[in-house]
Design a protein around this ligand. Structure first.
Ligand code: 1PZ
Length: 207
């Protein structure tokens, strides 16, 4: 079943979950993405953290906490739109801990993975450290505090090598490459959908 495949092949679980989301987004007839469906896909990403080592435990705790908050919210609010509207009404869109802010952070995490995969695919002998550093600088660093950025850049030196990562993912360069490409193609429309939620409510994306 899905949980077993995801445990044995972490990349497959993540990639398939986002392909389902993007297929839904393409096919929907005015239907909005459900928050619980979105959270289930996002929670699969946690498996990837297990491949990064202890230095990224903090990132994992942060990410999991944010997905968990959204998961809890999904018991009361059906769609991603609903939580934005709620936070807009209560004037806490950018307030730390608000659902809308946590969604923004989770979205940045999904984009970070996309960027890491892009970097990873751009060259055969690119180390994970260099791929992750370039991706982080591009996607997340502009929005993180100095302290967090410093910790993340220091942690990059502890990342496994490219080959160690592939081993932990239970993939070869070739199989991983295909799945990363599919994740990139699937996650991109999901990320764009989330961005549109914000811009359609006149919320900027520079935070
Ligand atoms: C296989 C690829 C390896 C790549 C490793 C790259 C890891 C980057 C780690 C980023 C660490 C972010 C740590 C903390 C960030 C916090 O400042 C913010 C604060 O949010 P606030 O509460 O102020 O609203 N938290 C976040 O942004 C949520 C966590 C994002 C972490 C996403 C990582 C996803 C990538 C994982 C790849 C497995």
């Amino acid at each position: 079943d899905a949980a077993r495949i995801s445990a044995a092949f972490p990349l497959s679980g993540v990639m398939e979950a986002f392909e389902e989301l993007s297929t839904f987004l393409k096919s929907r007839r005015r239907m909005e993405l459900r928050l619980d469906t979105f959270c289930e896909a996002c929670s699969l990403v946690s498996v990837l953290f297990g491949c990064l080592g202890l230095a990224f435990k903090f990132a994992e705790i942060e990410y999991v906490a944010k997905v968990h908050d959204l998961m809890e919210a999904s018991k009361r609010y059906a769609t991603l739109y609903n939580i934005l509207d709620l936070d807009i009404a209560n004037e806490r869109v950018k307030t730390q801990g608000s659902h809308t802010r946590n969604l923004r952070r989770v979205r940045q995490g999904l984009d970070l993975i996309r960027a890491i995969f892009e970097q990873f695919l751009s060259s055969d002998d690119y180390s994970l450290k260099d791929a992750a550093t370039a991706a982080y600088t591009q996607v997340c660093a502009p929005y993180h505090t100095w302290a967090v950025r410093t910790a993340v850049y220091a942690g990059m030196y502890t990342l496994p090598s490219r080959d160690q990562l592939l081993l932990k993912l239970n993939e070869t360069d070739q199989t991983a490459g295909k799945k990363m490409r599919r994740y990139i193609n699937a996650a991109t429309p999901v990320i764009e959908y989330i961005d549109k939620l914000y811009t359609s409510r006149n919320i900027s994306l520079d935070w």
